[in-house]
Design a protein. Sequence first.
Length: 35
Amino acid sequence: MKTFEHGDKKRLTKDISKEMEQRVQKSIKLVQKKY
């Protein structure tokens, strides 16, 4: 059970970092459009 939990946490962190990356890229595109 513990190992499964650990793997789940790892996957969750991966998903979060992926989402953050997409958000950053989106905001960068918006900034580039403005200027």
